[in-house]
Design a protein around this ligand. Structure first.
Ligand code: KIV
Length: 273
């Protein structure tokens, strides 16, 4: 086995992500919510798997990420952890289990680490989560931040459009990123902000940034797996690159199966005992 192959098989840690930033190697991250998807994504060689609260939308069919519960996140995360051999598994703290209460934040983070076997947690927010980040990090739990568009605050924004286009908000975002780094975050997701601002933040930080709709200057990229696979046809923001059209592929397979059952073509003799 070559050194490159051995390096590629090594488990991804928060420390390795920092090394990747230092040597300019881009970090790949995708979401997963169940065993089967996680196994394929890990086998493909992804660096980080995010058990995102986007499960609320793509798995549970809610309009926002707000309804998903901590118990549901733990269920998804447990299944993902069971599948993963190499990637770092990061799990979102869902809405309502950390805001405004650092003790509750730590309790929720501990449940995710202990019950799901996750490797790290992610939280949305800037200065208002700094106390929680410090408390969780000091308990030995790695924390990833999330700035820019924060879907858990959608009712505050009232829109999913690009954040921090104005100077004031851009300035606050840079300050928040520095505060999160100082509080001990090992990385920060930057969602839907101007590419130039994301580049500026990435250059100002020692910890890696992972962008979604934040341009090429981030240290890594993340997409929601169901979106990049084209399973959800209705969601097509500008930042989304579709790597497959699975909606059509799956629909065609389901239609063929239905037709085969109806026409008595399935099962045939070799498919029977
Ligand atoms: O929940 C999620 O999938 C996320 C990504 C969009 C970064 O937070």
């Amino acid at each position: 086995m070559s050194t490159a192959q051995k390096t590629n098989k090594r488990k991804v840690t928060t420390h390795r992500l920092r090394e990747m930033k230092t040597r300019g190697e881009k970090i790949s991250m995708l979401t997963a919510y169940d065993f089967s998807f996680a196994r394929i994504i890990d086998d493909a060689g992804i660096d980080v798997i995010l058990v995102g609260d986007s499960a609320s939308n793509v798995i549970h069919g809610h309009e926002t990420t707000l309804p998903i519960t901590l118990d549901q996140m733990i269920d998804h995360a447990s299944a993902v952890v069971r599948a993963v051999k190499r990637a770092l598994v990061v799990v979102d703290l869902p809405f309502g289990c950390y805001q405004g209460d650092s003790k509750n934040a730590l309790k929720s983070a501990i449940r995710i680490m202990k019950e799901a076997g996750a490797h790290a947690i992610k939280m949305e927010g800037g200065s208002f989560i700094v106390d929680s980040v410090k408390r969780i990090v000091s308990a030995g739990i790695p924390v990833m931040g999330h700035l820019g568009l924060m879907p858990q605050s959608i009712y505050k924004y009232g829109t999913y459009t690009v954040r921090a286009k104005e100077e004031q908000e851009a300035h606050e975002l840079i300050e928040d990123a520095l505060k999160l780094q100082k509080a001990g975050c090992f990385g920060i997701v930057l969602e839907k902000i101007p590419a130039q601002l994301a580049t500026e933040v990435s250059e100002a930080l020692e910890i890696p940034t992972i962008g979604i709709g934040a341009g090429a200057g981030c240290d890594g990229q993340v997409l929601v797996t169901h979106d990049m696979l084209g399973i959800n046809k209705e969601f097509s923001p500008r930042f989304l690159r579709r790597y497959a059209d699975l909606y059509d592929v799956m629909k065609a397979a389901f239609s063929q199966y239905i037709a085969d059952v109806k026409s008595r073509n399935f099962p045939n003799e070799t498919e029977s005992y």
